[in-house]
Design a protein around this ligand. Sequence first.
Ligand code: NAD
Length: 296
Amino acid sequence: MAVIGFIGLGHMGGPMSANLVKAGHVVQGFDLIPAALEVADRHGVITAGSVTEAVSGADAVITMLPGGKQVLDCYDDVLAAAKPGTLLIDSSTVDVADARQAHERAAEAGFGSLDAPVSGGTAGAEAGTLTFMVGGSEADFQRAEPLLAPMARKVIHCGGPGNGQVTKMCNNLILGASMIAVSEAFVLGERLGLSHQALYDVASISTGQCWALTTNCPVPGLVETSRANHDYQPGFAAALMLKDLKLATSAAEQSGTDTAIGRLAAELYQRFNDEGGGGFDFGAIINSVRDHSDQR
Ligand code: NAD
């Protein structure tokens, strides 16, 4: 069993670190928020007073932080305090350029590192059924796989440094755009006298079938697993969808890629966020489609 430093014990990092404890690892956790440390302590995490303390003596360090800035800031302390041979795994969702910078800094300091963002949301973090999309060397991937296993349903090697983040961003471009398309279809249908059930019965077995329809349907009452049935409590918050779509838009700009739909999806989630929707599940965008539809 390994000693794992875990930095960032929030909605995702909290349950992920608890699953590592359950699997028998020694987990040394740190977060800036005392309440997060208290919860982690109740789940058997050894709480640390600083990043340096959490990293001390660890075989691997996992970061699960809000964004790239926090990861790179944190790496100042991690790289200074980690023992030689420590494997660094960043599971936060961050800009590809930030992820590649973290890899470079780790390599310069002599550490193996991986970007390993996740999908599956807080439910997946609690159940230990996340999908990890991993970028980095094959050797580091092999070392990480057994450590990630207690938190994962699937751990997939997506290529070299940064490719985990590229995969996550591309997946969420599909997800954000398809959730808006499904929402628009339901609102258009209802305004033209079509029942939600009829549209669902056809689209769910036809060419319109997708995850946004059949797993997280934005209309309540049609799909058991949908957050729409729980007043759109996330789930995957619209603010996080906006974050991921912005990452995709900025990567598209940097690489000269024409992602017109992705850009529009980011604009629509931005509008929803500005109107107070950021804390709701991303499927609640259907209410924004309704609100902005002509009421004649
Ligand atoms: P969160 O805000 O709940 O947790 C982040 C934690 O990091 C907070 O508790 C914060 O106090 C802590 N933190 C910030 N700076 C720190 C520092 N310097 N040192 C120590 N702790 C620090 O966010 P979350 O929902 O757990 O998401 C974490 C990451 O996972 C994000 O990058 C997010 O985009 C990604 N993600 C989230 C979900 C989801 O459904 N919540 C799904 C997939 C991916």
